[in-house]
Design a protein around this ligand. Sequence first.
Ligand SMILES: Cc1cc2nc3c(=O)[nH]c(=O)nc-3n(C[C@H](O)[C@H](O)[C@H](O)COP(=O)(O)OP(=O)(O)OC[C@H]3O[C@@H](n4cnc5c(N)ncnc54)[C@H](O)[C@@H]3O)c2cc1C
Ligand code: SF4
Ligand code: SF4
Length: 1023
Amino acid sequence: MIPILSPHAPLPELYREFLAQLSQEGFSGEISTDYATRLVSATDNSVYQLLPAAVAFPRHEGDIACALRLAHTETFRDIKLSPRGGGTGTNGQSLCDGVILDLSRHFRSILELNLAAGWVRVQPGVVLDQLNDYLKPHGVFFAPNLSPSSRATLGGMIATDACGKGSRIYGRTSDHLLTLRSVLLDGSTHESSRVTPAALEQLKEQASLVGEAYRVVDQIVTTRRGTIAKQFPRLQRSLTGYNLAQVYDDAGHFNLNYLLAGSEGTLAVVTEAKLKLTPIPKHKQLFAVRYAAFDAALRAANVLVRSEPGAIETVDDNILGLARQDVIWHSVAHLLDVSGEPQAVGVNLVEFESDDPAVVERKVLDLAATLDLERGQEGKATGYTIATRPEDIAALWALRKKGVGLLGNLAGDRRPVPFVEDTAVPPERLADYIRDFRAILDRHGLRYGMFGHVDVGCLHVRPALNLRDPLDGKRLREISDEVVTLVKSYGGVLWGEHGKGFRSEYSPIFFGPELYAELRKVKGVFDPYNQLNPGKLATPPTSGERLISIDSKKRGDFDREISKGARIKFETAVNCNGNGQCFDYHPDHVMCPSSKVTRDRIHSPKGRAGILREWLRLLSNGSFDAGAHRGTGTGGRHARSEALTDYSHQVYDAMNGCLACKACATQCPIRVDVPELRAEFLSLYHTRYRRPLKDHLTAGLEPLMTLLGRMPKLANWFMTRGWFKAALARWGGIVDSPLLSEKQLRAALAARGAPIYDLRSLRALDAEQKQKTVLIAQDVFTTFYESNVALAVYDVLSRLGLNVVFLPFRQNGKALHIKGFLERFARLVQKNSRFYSRVAELGIPIVGIEPAVTLTYRDEYPAAEARLAGKARHHDDKAGFRVQLLQEYLAEKLPELSPPQLGAAGSKAPLLLFGHCTERTAEVDSQKQWQAVFRAFGLKLEAQATGCCGMCGVFGHEAEHYAESRGVFELSWASRLAKQPAAQDSVLVPGHSCRSQVKRFAGFVPRHPIEALRDALGPGAES
Ligand SMILES: Cc1cc2nc3c(=O)[nH]c(=O)nc-3n(C[C@H](O)[C@H](O)[C@H](O)COP(=O)(O)OP(=O)(O)OC[C@H]3O[C@@H](n4cnc5c(N)ncnc54)[C@H](O)[C@@H]3O)c2cc1C
Ligand code: SF4
Ligand code: SF4
């Protein structure tokens, strides 16, 4: 039985008082001091872990002003605060042991768009992709780009002066700021923009913190002009935090925004930003230029840049190798792997863009001619592909964006980590610099991945370290020091892109002692008591506190305490590298519905992984080895209420919000598979705590159905009684339970004269007969709840001339897995594997109808077998048999069968496929396969890009999840369906859960694609 866990993380008395007072002062947002919420904000994408005292989620500017004003009072001068956006910083920028002001939850509005004047006004929690998706129909965009654009916020971008692809042309975030509205430490607000000298004088005259700030900054930049010019390298990626060099422009205007940008939350909290808009170039083409050596790719950048591209980005062999094993390769393989050419070891992506197609065409032809001329020469490109279709261009950039995440998949204990990740040198010196950089890493015997912006001399390098090993912790320090010396000698900077954070201790080296003293004055005027994101960038002159050190406590120092067995069993939770890809904002993207609907990071894969890691650490420290212990999960003796403060409950709550949609299992670059982790967790949690009745009901659904399926009318009579529904909701926690099909599948098949399964007679079939036979693996949903779908499968396949044999119904066990009854699940897996392996020996295809159930045989089954064998599961592991998805089978088989052409008989409205999210993510071709199937019948099927429907098996039927389930449905499905109000017939939905969800929230039952085919085949299809 697991022990009770009581983490020792007391809330300091001063913080307790501060938070209490804050609530009294009218702070209207949420304030969380629970351990789980604090833990989730204790990490970002860096190697560091720093537990905050509390996390506050302000709702409006007044809340921020309230918090800062209170902190500014004498009583609370030891209170520290740090703003936080997407938490994607790679150097611990937002980490702080005080109060985190998380703006990503409530500051997400795009406030005003003025196309004529070319600006948009936003709140700081708006995500970059959210903004650009909104702007796209207007033909404009916010130009500064960054890889984690799906989750990084504008506030974070401003505070780190972010930039990325295309920065050679478009510059950094600071170049696109018109006005910033900020709250200062005294609670006052200020709007900063470019001002004339006369306006500056007026500002300086103000007797306030603002006036003082203008006076001090102006004095510094005017008196230190010479030193600034000397100390700031003339680079596209020059010094930020604090960018004294650009406060005055060439026309003599003063702009405080250049100083606030890149200040990493150390001076003020930005609450609104008016941003410059840039027209989207109308024409684009992208070269993927391939090289036999990465060094050749780097050296080529100098030549490529002469062709005046918008961007040149490079990717090394490590990332290409990892991408080849990732889902992303499906979309780029045809552009990068070219037959007859050696596999690329380095790739340069070179993009041309303009409103004038002739300009793009000319540049493309010029570069192609150069590359053709050089082909075959030593050190030159081995080949290239020109992507012209928007989807190909997007796919190549997506590969580049996913690079960091993919690196986290390098095999072994050492994983690539960011700490010298974004150095920048003059581009013409990049190749030599990287040669010397590699020499450092080679001397330390380290592997690494490289990619980045070669056109501006900024290359991302992530050396692989195991920070659980103290020796590698020391190596991080040694390498950092060596790289600082190296990059300085090349006239470059350590932080060409990602800001300083915990690397702030190197600031004095790059700014020089004289200027660094001025930075401290800047900090001192805005934040005299070192309260705003303390230790970052600079400390106030009067403060005795030191800059934060790169030797600060790292995540690895905590993870080291997790037992080896637990690390293996919960491997992906330990390997989550925090890149935040699972915070994806887009409602139509499958990742991660619970995070989107709750806006609570606890309910994201990253949050769950982090909370679980801490659970494993606490268990290990309590001498309970979660790796060695196999939870029976049958139900412990204790009620949850007996130990309310047990940390395990917080883990349970985080896991309980997961829909088990499985998007994380494939879309996360590390394949953090939360449903798998949750199943393991639940099986241990319930060694101590009693299971709720609903778990037993869910786990018992399949066996129960074999009984109730024989008397569906009686079962439905009960299910439609008010008192029964109320009892089910009250005691069983189940709502909207679907009714059983009154047409029993077995009888209906018999009435159609369907053959009965008999292994011996199947064995007796000859090869030709086997070719014409297909075996259907039944599932609980289409056998007992929607027998019409299973019958449609029979009808369509028989009509195609196939001998369709339904295998006897067998429990599949997915529900057991979801609820963590792992021992029972494993026993079932063993039995089913024996059965299906025997059937598979026939050499006749086995086909499943319900996608989620079918995919269990590919995913949870191998995992259970690995578990039984006491091994870590590898994502390539397969079961000893294969059950095909219906469309997978049909797409393969139809070319042999000459299906009738149904174009004329089909619906007039286009048919729309609303795919099942688990299927779409686990089998990337599954939607294309449905389209191919319909094409074979002469019908057009349009695949809809939707997120999760919110039902996910039992999740949406659990009373406690009803609101969340509905919320997820409304995020994506509701609006998509609303666009087809008159054409419900055209909506085709392969998932049982999704059909149930549409029924209860959109008021109609959509057809399964196979029903649409059966209907189009017309009378007689029911053979
Ligand atoms: C995989 C990956 C790739 C990356 N690639 C790039 C890249 O291409 N280019 C790039 O520039 N960066 C990149 N980064 C780094 C990171 O994404 C950027 O620094 C980003 O700007 C951080 O935004 P965020 O919303 O996540 O901010 P956070 O990490 O939450 O915070 C960053 C800093 O901003 C401060 N801050 C946040 N909101 C406010 C506010 N309203 N007012 C004042 N201060 C605030 C915080 O205190 C903190 O100091 C990458 C990171 C990852 C994980
Ligand atoms: S769960 Fe996956 S996507 Fe999310 S932060 Fe961790 S590694 Fe990245
Ligand atoms: S399974 Fe789905 S809901 Fe659960 S963590 Fe993964 S993506 Fe989120």
